[in-house]
Ligand binder design. Sequence first.
Ligand SMILES: Cc1cc2nc3c(=O)[nH]c(=O)nc-3n(C[C@H](O)[C@H](O)[C@H](O)COP(=O)(O)OP(=O)(O)OC[C@H]3O[C@@H](n4cnc5c(N)ncnc54)[C@H](O)[C@@H]3O)c2cc1C
Length: 452
Amino acid sequence: MTMTMTLTVPPRSANSRLAGLPVAVIGAGPVGLAAAAHLLERGLDVVIFEAGSRAGSAIAEWAHTRLFSPWTYLLDPASVRLLEATGWHAPNGEHSPTGGDLLDSYLAPLAHTPALQPRIRLGSRVTAVSRQGMDRTRSSGRAGTPFLLRVEHGGTTTDVLARAVIDTSGTWRTPNPLTAAGLEPTIGADRIVTGLPDVLGRDRDRFAGKRVLVVGAGHSAANSLLALAALPHTQISWAIRNPTAARVFTGADDQLPDRASIGHRVDQLVATGRITLVDQFEIDAIDASDESGDSGAGVRALGRRAGIPFSLDADVIVNATGFRPDLELLREVRLGLDDIVEAPRALAPLIDPNLHSCGTVPPHGVAELTHPEPNFFIAGMKSYGRAPTFLLATGYEQVRSIADELADNHEGARIVNLVLPETGVCSTSPADSGCCGAPDAESATIGASCCR
Ligand SMILES: Cc1cc2nc3c(=O)[nH]c(=O)nc-3n(C[C@H](O)[C@H](O)[C@H](O)COP(=O)(O)OP(=O)(O)OC[C@H]3O[C@@H](n4cnc5c(N)ncnc54)[C@H](O)[C@@H]3O)c2cc1C
């Protein structure tokens, strides 16, 4: 059953077809909630669709992992203003929280503020975005035609109208495939774990005493390696595509000490032989293994090492090769995306991991985030496409700028202010590939020299 629902809100737009419609935000992660807070401050109404059962449901899946940024860089100013009105106090700014802390001390209280709570639709997955009665081929009157979002909720499909759309749905549910070709392996899916398994908690039995192959050269891989090393009798191999894991073995000039510490500890475990580093390994396929580990027959990663055929057996593989945006729901939207990074065209050169570290990405806002589709924006993690360099502070400034634009403060929207911590994780030198040390910096397809 498909219904069309119009939310009742005060008129904002002079255009009669857009009057009374809210701005639709896709995803109640930290950036989606921040977008809503900024829009409400400017008197624009908003509805937030969240596929999960709670705000921050992607973060809930890596709640056991500690962020490398301290609280100072994790709080959005407009969201803080909403929270402080409820008597909330900010956590200690110097301390780096876990994902669980971020949820409990910030996102959950924010989602429960009187301003946001009635506007969040939980369990509501946006499956498509279009214009009312107008697919992407129709040009006439496009800007004045309401957006139409198809939303699935508890077995019911509803079409919802909106005057503008901000897609902050992240990339967590679309990890990069394991193979160097960027395609899913045809077999072995039951032996591959993606993302950040809770190795020392929930997922312990899957890894304890096993032969584990971790693939990827970013901080997700590093976090998993550190946890695996704490499990006795677990054999750990670590496959990367480049000759060195320079992005994990961080520099002393990283202004985020928690991130520097992760790299240092992994470096030591490699040096002592606890972790076997297999560099220059490009995986082409996963096959059944004829060697059996403690858990029976395992899998074999087949490919090339420095160009020579090579294979590695394991009981379980952790795919930590990064993420890519889900663009399927945006098929009817006119997007202007870079061919390589899949970020907005004007943003892509600013975040190219071959050139920029997390700290050197220049501040940017609506001017760089604009698509050919009027009043449609991708912000947050998803706006970086396949680039791994995203930081929350960047996303908060993105949505502040977008909110100003939608509130007709075009000048304010184009003044962007952002100071990010410099990092020694990713050199700006293309010579060592310059890939960023953000959590999942292993995208296989960004630029020619990007590593994983
Ligand atoms: C392990 C890890 C550590 C990190 N550490 C740091 C750090 O220290 N500092 C830092 O600045 N950044 C860090 N990041 C990067 C980044 O800030 C986070 O990934 C952050 O969660 C991104 O926020 P977001 O709001 O853009 O997306 P998300 O947090 O991914 O939120 C997106 C939301 O959209 C929902 N959604 C998805 N699809 C749909 C749909 N179709 N319809 C409706 N809802 C949908 C999801 O359920 C989710 O709740 C880290 C990331 C990871 C994975």
